[in-house]
Design a protein around this ligand. Structure first.
Ligand SMILES: NC(=O)c1ccc[n+]([C@@H]2O[C@H](COP(=O)([O-])OP(=O)(O)OC[C@H]3O[C@@H](n4cnc5c(N)ncnc54)[C@H](O)[C@@H]3O)[C@@H](O)[C@H]2O)c1
Length: 336
């Protein structure tokens, strides 16, 4: 392969970020972009290069080597299916869907086609993650406490449950994904929402959610998401093991043990570049460092939806049996 020719579906905030990162790679050419808002596609193409396409079909007709799907949660599904049908490697932004039915369907199609995929869980590329894993290698995790405490992001779809899936699915998914990496799989979730939407037009999401989590390996934990602030207050997780406390955010890792306390900085921008670099290298056949292919992101999606479902229904959700999970989470889209 010469330069890796990449097309984009969606031209909003995160697509602009990927376009900026990708256009900084010598071995990538931006073929172009399509968006349901043509002006958004034109603006991105004007800034980063490439053509604008009327739709995904036209984009695929330009024979890209890879496609980035950067649409809001509610819009996932049709673009992925077209890309999979064309057999083109695909990067999908998180969350992979607003519900589980769509995500399961896409995952199944990806598996059948044996397609190379990656999902935008760039926190997996934080340099401090390996360090956290090493520190936990010989001690079981006892307790986890994850949080995403923030404002309402300035996109129109965000405060609608049927559009975004809510703060846990849309935002805290990054934290839940790292919780899975560091503490293993969650088997049981009991969550509460406050029933009060943030003061934004059309909002129907809880402005605060808290969940209790039980892990397969015996740990217990919590996950909290809030969008009641005017700023991003904190996003990350704390982990307690015997004689060890870790606090991980996009900015670094705080370690406290018998030797005292130290902070190891991390570079979130480097992680955002690394997630694209790894995908492009994999597509070019020169690397194998995609840390979250679609099937892996599906597990995080299941967990996030379990929290959202439990908060919505007031019921404890048990994870592990796929059939049960599907039944429980199908309501996310139906309910909206
Ligand atoms: N990994 C990260 O750090 C990160 C950061 C920001 C956003 N995101 C995720 O990326 C997704 C998009 O977020 P955003 O901030 O770019 O939103 P956005 O609203 O700024 O942009 C979304 C774009 O998609 C377009 N669109 C909607 N439906 C479409 C369709 N069917 N086909 C083509 N285009 C369509 C919209 O017109 C809009 O231009 C969200 O799921 C968000 O969670 C991830």
């Amino acid at each position: 392969m010469g330069r890796c020719r990449v097309g984009l579906v969606g031209a909003g905030g995160v697509a602009q970020r990927h376009a900026r990162v990708l256009s900084g790679f010598d071995d990538v050419e931006l073929v172009g972009v399509t968006d349901v808002v043509p002006d958004a596609a034109s603006a991105l193409a004007a800034q980063h290069g490439g053509q604008t396409f009327r739709d995904v079909t036209e984009l695929l007709a330009a024979a890209p080597d890879a496609v980035y799907v950067c649409v809001p949660p509610f819009a996932h599904g049709p673009a992925e299916e077209a890309v999979i049908d064309a057999g083109v490697p695909m990067f999908v932004e998180k969350p992979v869907a607003v519900d589980l039915v769509t995500a399961e369907r896409v995952a199944d199609l990806v598996a059948r086609r044996g397609l190379r995929t990656a999902v935008g869980h760039h926190w997996r590329y934080l340099s401090v993650l390996d360090q956290a894993r090493e520190l936990l290698a010989d001690r079981p995790v006892r307790m986890v406490s994850g949080a995403w405490l923030d404002k309402v992001p300035p996109v129109a779809w965000w405060a609608r449950r049927d559009r975004s899936g809510g703060p846990v699915v849309e935002q805290a998914a990054h934290v839940l994904d790292l919780i899975r990496v560091l503490a293993g799989e969650v088997t049981e979730v009991t969550a509460y929402g406050n029933g009060t939407p943030p003061p934004v037009d059309g909002a129907d999401i809880d402005s605060v959610t808290t969940a209790a989590l039980r892990f397969a390996d015996g740990a217990v934990g919590t996950l909290s998401a809030a969008c009641v602030l005017g700023w991003k207050h904190r996003a990350g997780l704390e982990i307690l093991a015997d004689g060890l406390a870790l606090a991980l955010t996009e900015d670094g890792l705080l370690i406290r043990d018998a030797d005292g306390e130290r902070h190891v900085p991390a570079d979130p921008e480097a992680a955002r570049v690394a997630v694209d670099r790894a995908f492009v290298d994999a597509v070019r056949g020169v690397g194998d460092d995609v840390r979250v292919p679609y099937a892996e992101a599906l597990k995080t999606q299941r967990l996030a939806l379990a929290v959202a479902d439990s908060a919505r229904t007031g019921q404890t959700v048990r994870l592990g049996a796929p059939a049960e999970s599907v039944a429980l989470t199908s309501g996310v889209s139906v309910d909206a």
